[in-house]
Ligand binder design. Structure first.
Ligand code: HBI
Ligand code: FE
Length: 287
């Protein structure tokens, strides 16, 4: 593994890796945030909160309300005081994107890595790398949901085998299409629970209201076979019937044979359904 301090210069990743521990954790250094940074957080938060009421799933709305983080970049230790008793998760500050094996190890131990830097003024709606707004606003409310809390630990534990079997790309699609870009049905409406959607104003509206995008019922093997977009809106979203479906379908799944079978096949293109599939045509929430 590269030393943290060499990663900044050789990989082009944003963030200050110098001084990070072997597990890539750093102090949040909350006092280093400027008033401008806190103000940027406030504006991002205010914009998303206006959408959350209509578009986000109940767990997200409840979780966000408990975190009380509207006024500025939150202190991770304050969130930890809420998360610990609720689901046993703890946030750890990281400089930015971290190596896969390190990321998996944190999740397997119920530690969620949260990037400490905040995006610049000119990238308020979308950026490819995670920042503190994406990681905290998008992910932390869902860590208060018991099914998501358990699922993320399971995902972390699944990482070692996926890497050994050269099937990381397949496992990563599970995370991408659920934790990052997942939708969930609530009654007759579709709601957002993925952090990649809910931390972006335009994709929140698009993922629910666009009438042409493909929405498929969640199926773990179908998900593991499907490619995804990293720098544009998704062309396919997968819809859970409920958040506990994550546990119901993945706890008993033997990933090994699935990796063996599909690892070397080309990914299914996003945005295309297979013969016999029934895309979901439910509309979003009533206005
Ligand atoms: N590091 N900070 C951070 N955040 C992520 O979401 C992340 C990561 N490292 C690896 C990774 N995600 C994914 O590639 C794994 O889920 C496969
Ligand atoms: Fe994320």
């Amino acid at each position: 593994m590269k030393k943290p301090c060499t990663q900044t210069s050789t990989s082009g990743l944003r963030g200050e890796y110098e001084g990070a521990a072997a597990d890539y954790t750093v102090g949040q250094d909350w006092n280093a945030y400027t008033p401008e940074m806190h103000d940027r957080w406030r504006r991002l938060h205010a914009r998303q909160v206006g959408l959350v009421a209509r578009y986000a799933c109940t767990s997200f709305r409840d979780g966000l309300a408990r975190l009380d983080c509207a006024e500025g970049i939150p202190r991770f230790e304050d969130a930890n005081a809420i998360l610990g008793p609720a689901t046993g998760w703890q946030l750890v500050a990281v400089p930015g994107f971290i190596p896969d094996d390190v990321f998996f190890d944190h999740l397997a131990h119920r530690r969620f890595p949260v990037t400490r830097w905040i995006r610049d003024e000119h990238e308020l709606d979308y950026l490819v790398e995670p920042d503190v707004f994406h990681d905290f606003f998008g992910h932390v409310p869902m860590l208060l949901d018991p099914a998501v809390a358990d699922f993320l630990e399971l995902y972390g534990k699944a990482g070692t085998r996926a890497m050994e079997m050269d099937a990381l790309a397949m496992l990563a699609r599970i995370y991408w299409y659920t934790i990052e870009f997942g939708l969930v049905r609530e009654g007759d409406a579709l709601k957002v629970f993925g952090a990649g959607i809910i931390s972006s104003a335009s994709e929140t509206v698009y993922s629910i209201d666009d009438t042409d995008v493909l929405r498929l019922p969640f199926d773990p093997v179908r998900v593991m076979r499907t490619g995804y977009m990293i720098d544009d809106f998704q062309k396919t979203y997968f819809v859970l019937e409920s958040l506990p479906q994550l546990i119901d379908e993945l706890v008993g799944l033997d990933f090994g044979p699935v990796y063996e079978k599909w690892r070397d096949a080309p990914a299914l293109p996003a945005g295309e359904s297979l013969p016999g599939e029934n895309p979901i045509t439910l509309s979003g929430a009533p206005a």
